[in-house]
Design a protein around this ligand. Structure first.
Ligand code: HEM
Length: 414
């Protein structure tokens, strides 16, 4: 008689990134879902989860799935052009996310704005603001790193990058905090519209700053470089610049906040690695990938949408369904990494996919690593005897990442 296969437990009983157990130790849950197969239906999110690295890299590279939020089966209707407000004009009309052809063009022609030279100029602008932040903290016995440092960094970086004059700072600060709410399907319509309103105000400011910079260009400056690109390329206009800056705010604010807190926590848990990680900007670049691997803070992965009904990795995927690529599932898998529980900032990553891969590789990667290196170097220079004041409590609130409620540090300097 043929033996029947044992029934598998529903995957949501083994894998739940919103659970406390996941926030404490995600490794076993990540292994459990990856063992289920290359593409697993996850009912709580009504989405497919892509679990294996070769498939994820292929999907990143060939872009056979859509990155356009409005292709999602549960997205609100795509707003029609005659009703667009400025926010929609930037994010629906000229979306960096939607049209693959235009996206590739924008990435190709804007590459000079992210060149080493421009990134170094941005870092030079950033440095005095970071030092001022630490001057304001002074020499306390203890402080909360998230409250006093980490949450200010995304705003400081964006304003330093674009060169926004101080009179516009309060309005710009709001948008860096609310931007990702503009398309978050899990929050109320009212809150989403309020966030869109913050973005509309930021767009007005960006238009003014752009007008000022047109009159008064600064050589080697990020915005002036983009304006030069605009003058030389018919298919790249002021709305592309605004879209790009909003995308930088959207993709660069929350990620930076998470990166800041986990970098400090991870290094303080592994103090022998601090001098190795901060030896140089290049050493830190590798160390950061290891910090993010070791800390296991990702919950969601990267969303794509099926453009049509399709057979994919042994499953029938319906048009509009979400596919979440989860490269972090491998991060504590001993088949991928020797001794995965050990933090080794000199570990070799081949390939290193922390910042993605292929046409949508993170635009801000160099900037993000420089900004972190700068802040952490300043932190450990000012407080060489720094330690964790307590084991920080994790928050389950954040949609994308495991984060801390607070991160209290003892300076041990008095
Ligand atoms: C701090 C840590 C950061 C990490 C780990 C990170 C990681 C990533 C990843 C994995 C992607 C690809 C997403 C996908 O395929 O769907 C991405 C895209 C992107 N990132 Fe980052 N990022 C970080 C910081 C930043 C910063 C600071 C900026 C801006 C200054 C930024 C701007 C962008 C943009 C605009 C995209 C979209 C690129 C495109 O679609 O062509 N990121 N990032």
């Amino acid at each position: 008689m043929p033996q029947s296969l044992p029934e598998l437990a529903p995957i949501e009983t083994l894998f739940d990134p919103t659970s406390k157990a996941y926030s404490e130790n995600p490794g076993p849950q990540c292994l459990a879902i990856a063992e289920r197969g290359p593409l697993v239906w996850y009912a709580p999110w009504q989405a497919w989860i892509m679990t294996q690295m070769p498939d994820i890299m292929d999907c990143w590279k060939r872009e056979y799935l859509s990155s356009d939020f409005y292709d999602w089966e549960f997205a609100p209707p795509r707003p029609t052009e005659e009703n667009w407000n400025n926010f929609e004009k930037a994010l629906v009309g000229h979306s960096l996310l939607a049209d693959q052809g235009h996206h590739r063009l924008v990435r190709r022609i804007t590459a000079p704005a992210f060149s080493r030279n421009v990134v170094e100029n941005i870092q030079r602008r950033l440095e005095p603001h970071v030092k001022k932040l630490f001057d304001e903290i002074g020499q306390p016995e203890s402080f909360d790193y998230i409250e006093e440092v980490a949450r200010h960094i995304p705003f400081i970086s964006i304003t330093a990058m674009i060169g926004v004059p101080e009179k516009y700072w309060p309005a710009m600060k709001r948008v860096t905090m609310t931007f990702t709410e503009t398309w978050n399907p899990t929050i109320s319509e009212e809150r989403r519209l309020r966030a869109q309103d913050d973005s509309n105000k930021a767009i007005d400011i960006l238009q003014e700053v752009i007008a000022e910079r047109r009159k008064d260009p600064v050589d080697g400056d990020f915005l002036s470089t983009l304006l030069k690109i605009e003058a030389e390329n018919e298919k790249f206009n002021e709305w592309d610049i605004i879209t790009l800056i909003l995308a930088l705010i959207g993709a660069g604010a929350d990620t930076t906040l998470v990166a800041q807190q986990w970098s400090v926590y991870t290094l303080l848990k592994n103090p022998d690695q601090i001098p190795l990680a901060l030896e140089s900007a290049d050493a830190f670049s590798n160390a950061f990938s290891e910090i993010m691997r070791w800390s296991g803070n990702s919950k969601m992965g990267f969303a794509r949408y099926a453009p049509a009904d399709m057979a994919l990795l042994g499953q029938e995927v319906k048009k509009g369904q979400m596919v979440l690529m989860m490269p972090h599932l491998k991060d504590h898998n001993p088949e991928y990494y020797d001794n995965p529980e050990k933090l080794d900032v000199r570990r070799v990553f081949e390939p290193d996919v922390l910042f993605g891969y292929g046409p949508r590789f993170c635009i801000g990667a160099a900037l993000a690593k420089r900004q972190l290196y700068l802040t952490l170097s300043e932190l450990f220079k000012r407080f060489p005897k720094l330690s964790l004041a307590e084991e920080p409590e994790k928050s389950l609130e954040d949609h994308n990442s495991v984060v801390f409620k607070t991160l209290k540090l003892n300076t041990n300097c008095n």
